[in-house]
Design a protein around this ligand. Structure first.
Ligand code: PHE
Length: 375
């Protein structure tokens, strides 16, 4: 009788523990971002986008019954910290997948760790080509710089009829260097002329030396491939020096703080970007409206790409029917036509996302939709 009771107890316990294990089993997603530091506005928007998608998915019961659980590490925007963050997420939190970072230099630093551990990593917004070349576990939800650099060079030549450009590059950024390269090469290739090239350091406050040299060659346009925090100051100082050239740039300009730095000096500039709040797409529209309701802010490219990254992962988990890393990797690699708020996402053979870029015109404080460049 005693043995019988014990057996029943054991069976009940075993049953109960499998049930509770099943209900408690989550999809563990590690997130590493620049939540503080020079580019914190990138990390904060990105995390808002992640949070919004995760809450939506979990409110609907999760992915095939499994809730998503987020583990956030702040890397302060520093490559060495980015590495440590990914190490910690993998060895201490046992995450099934990783989302991060924004800045190409930081994603590039951390990707080899995820690759070595065979944990799928998706960067929502790092556009430098080298990142996904690190290995077969590294993906991205955005287009690459070759695409956006080419798109802007073509737009400058064909639509704006620009013939002579100068290029300004952030010396310490892999992103900026890669983007300047592709833009310049394509611009030359299409019959334009690069008449000046200068570098600067992020965090510089005085750009007069570079701008004096550029003023001397009087270009029709100046392509600035860096981030908003430098771009805003550069544009302002250029106008103060009497430079009249059109400003052109990439996704790195996208931040509300841009306008505090630049005032009206970036009016009539053009950039390539991943997202526009003026998108006519229904999904994008409802994302924009909900984002504003939740956070009291206009959605930006970071938030939109981050939101799409979570759905990219959720879609792969649901097709793989497991969080086992090699199966999850395989599922991510064959993502096709996933309808995101930044467009339809198809992961190609290089694990990059084939998707459109938007050309936006700047008018303090707005980024106004101009046209779409299809992949
Ligand atoms: N593409 C940038 C990089 O790779 C980051 C970025 C994404 C900046 C989106 C602005 C908007 O470093």
């Amino acid at each position: 009788m005693k043995v019988f009771l014990l057996n029943i107890l054991l069976v009940t316990f075993a049953l109960f523990s499998t049930i509770s294990a099943q209900t408690e089993e989550t999809i563990k997603v590690g997130v590493f971002l620049d939540m503080t530091g020079q580019t914190a506005s990138f990390g904060i928007s990105t995390f808002s986008g992640i949070k919004m998608a995760v809450d939506e998915i979990n409110a609907k019961g999760g992915v095939d019954g499994k809730k998503i659980e987020i583990f956030l590490e702040d890397d302060q925007g520093k490559p060495d910290n980015a590495k440590l963050a990914v190490q910690k997420l993998i060895s201490e939190k046992n995450v099934h997948a990783i989302i991060g970072e924004v800045l190409s230099t930081n994603s590039l630093a951390a990707a080899p760790i995820a690759q070595a551990a065979k944990i799928p990593m998706i960067t929502p917004s790092s556009t430098n080509e080298k990142i996904t070349k690190v290995g077969d576990y590294i993906f991205r939800a955005c287009f690459i710089d070759n695409f956006q650099g080419e798109a802007m060079a073509r737009f400058a030549i064909e639509t704006l009829k620009i013939k002579r450009v100068a290029i300004l590059t952030d010396f310490n950024s892999d992103y900026s260097k890669g983007l300047s390269d592709t833009f310049g090469t394509t611009f030359n290739h299409l019959g334009g002329k690069v008449v000046g090239q200068k570098t600067y350091f992020q965090g510089d406050e005085d750009y007069s030396q570079q701008l004096k040299a550029i003023k001397g060659v009087n270009p029709d346009a100046i392509y600035i491939s860096g981030y908003y925090n430098s771009v805003g100051i550069i544009a302002k100082q250029a106008r103060e020096m009497g430079i009249k050239s059109v400003f052109l740039g990439g996704d790195g300009w996208d931040a509300p703080d841009l306008w505090d730095l630049a005032g009206n000096s970036l009016n009539n500039a053009y950039i390539t970007n991943h997202f526009t709040i003026t998108s006519p797409d229904e999904k994008a529209k409802s994302f924009t409206a909900n984002y504003k309701k939740l956070f009291g802010l206009e959605a930006d490219a970071f938030a939109a790409l981050a939101y799409d990254s979570v759905y990219l992962l959720a879609d792969a988990v649901s097709r793989a029917k497991t969080t086992e890393s090699s199966k999850l990797r395989e599922a991510l690699a064959i993502t096709k036509d996933l309808h995101g708020v930044t467009g339809k996402i198809t992961i190609n053979n290089s694990r990059n996302a084939n998707k459109p870029a938007f050309i936006l015109k700047l008018q303090n404080p707005h980024f106004i939709y101009n046209s779409t460049v299809e992949p």
